[in-house]
Design a protein around this ligand. Structure first.
Ligand code: FE2
Ligand code: FE2
Length: 185
């Protein structure tokens, strides 16, 4: 098997070329869970909060689990802030983009909008509209996103709360990214 495509511009590519690219992409995709686990570990650093960003993620997931959420929802609670690693100024959308091929439309929507919905708890300190999320009030996932923030995200900054360790959630992460992805380009 050859190891390089024949083309220098995509419009000259052949089916064989793109089969080669796809094989590479598939191997790359198979490593997502490893990278996500490494990103989570990288969030265990300094933070202005009383717990690290990793501990916040674990606490959010633990609260979701103790509330009886399903595995996919727990995984979304664990990963809702993972976008901080590569897109700190647009973290909600980055987290949602990572999860989009593997989760329900509802869970994707919640992760994508959780930053705005969390604004309810702090935007007024800057003279901004804490109810900005209400522009989505007619969306079918509005209440679920309000609940996600109220029960699992905004409360998960407590150093006294007993969270599950990251190892507890590793199988969940691996199961999620081993799913057959929905097609996105
Ligand atoms: Fe967030
Ligand atoms: Fe969060």
């Amino acid at each position: 098997m050859k190891h390089k495509v024949t083309f220098t511009a995509m419009d000259h590519g052949t089916r064989e070329d793109y089969d080669l690219v796809e094989a590479h992409d598939a191997r790359n995709a198979a490593e997502i869970a490893d990278r996500v686990m490494a990103w989570l570990r990288s969030m265990d650093g300094d933070s202005p909060y009383r717990i690290s960003r990793l501990e916040h993620a674990l606490q959010s997931a633990t609260r979701a689990e103790r509330d009886g959420a399903d595995d996919e929802t727990i995984a979304c609670a664990l990963l809702h802030d993972i976008g901080d690693v590569i897109s700190p100024r647009n973290h909600s959308e980055a987290s949602a983009a990572l999860l989009a091929p593997y989760v329900s439309e509802k869970n994707h929507w919640i992760v994508k909008h959780h930053g705005l919905f969390q604004g309810y708890y702090w935007l007024h300190h800057y003279g901004e509209d804490r109810n900005a999320r209400d522009s989505y009030r007619n969306n079918e996932h509005y209440e679920a996103c309000v609940e996600f923030c109220a029960r699992w995200d905004q409360v998960s900054f407590d150093p006294a709360y007993r969270t599950h360790p990251l190892e507890h959630y590793e199988p969940l992460v691996r199961e999620l990214f081993a799913r057959k992805p929905r097609p996105f380009l």
